[in-house]
Design a protein. Structure first.
Length: 255
């Protein structure tokens, strides 16, 4: 594990800890909703090794260590207790943070998530890892294909599609190999039944990477979890920003 994760602290109010996706970042995954969340909460957003300003790890990432580090950062930022908002890989980080630190976590929001790899994610991880080394622009095309909802994808002109691919290729974090390696390890199924905090699961119904069935598994496995389905691909922050934010704010307002 590398040195202390770099992080942002925004806003004031109850605590909200962000856990971003594999091959993502706080800005990349939560940027569209960060300002709105910070109007009502103290938002702490750490970047995993190799994302944002956090140095890349020289060793493989470990889910326990990543979860512990995120909790440590939140506490160090002055949050004694907090909700964890996890996206994609971040849902597994959020679950692990909750089961390892039940005295700290007061609620969970799990978006586009999974407690295990299905065959779709397993194949995607293998292609992702191979293309990281061979062809970053082809990787960006692959991720655009599987992670973009069909409605949004077909709304793009050819020029917009090329710009989107170019933007994603330029965004791929240096730490993606380690983060994708962490995705490949995820299996939190045995922990779900022990979660005793209010939980919102947001399923992205057009998601070709983390299927909505995996979100439904999360909701079914966590006692009392609420499931909300939003018509979007994996990149919900771009495709359905307002619906996502509304669901999060409604949940947070009810705690």
């Amino acid at each position: 594990m590398t040195e202390h994760f770099r992080h942002v602290v925004r806003g004031a109010g109850p605590g909200l800890l962000l856990a971003h996706g594999g091959g993502g970042s706080v800005a990349g995954n939560f940027g569209p909703i960060l300002d709105a969340l910070a109007r009502t909460h103290t938002v702490v957003g750490p970047d995993y090794p190799g994302s944002g300003a956090t140095p890349r790890s020289k060793t493989p990432l470990d889910l326990d260590e990543v979860a512990d580090e995120l909790v440590s950062i939140a506490v160090g930022a002055g949050l004694e207790r907090f909700v964890v908002l996890g996206y994609s890989l971040g849902t597994a980080v959020a679950v692990r943070a909750t089961t390892r630190h039940p005295d700290r976590v007061t609620g969970l929001v799990l978006t586009s998530g999974f407690a295990r790899l299905d065959n779709r994610i397993r194949l995607a991880v293998d292609v992702w890892a191979a293309l990281l080394h061979d062809d970053p622009r082809l990787l960006a095309k692959f991720l655009t294909l599987v992670a973009t909802g069909g409605t949004h994808l077909e709304s793009l002109t050819p020029e917009q599609l090329e710009r989107a691919v170019d933007g994603l290729a330029a965004f791929i974090p240096d730490g993606s190999p380690e983060q994708v390696g962490l995705v490949a390890q995820v299996d939190t199924r045995a922990e779900l039944a022990a979660i005793a905090v209010p939980t919102l699961v947001v399923a992205t119904t057009l998601d070709g990477l983390a299927s909505p069935a995996l979100s439904r598994e999360l909701a079914d496995g966590i006692p009392g979890a609420e499931l909300v389905e939003i018509e979007a691909g994996h990149n919900i922050g771009v495709e359905a920003r307002d619906e996502w934010l509304a669901a999060i704010k409604k949940f947070l307002g009810g705690l």
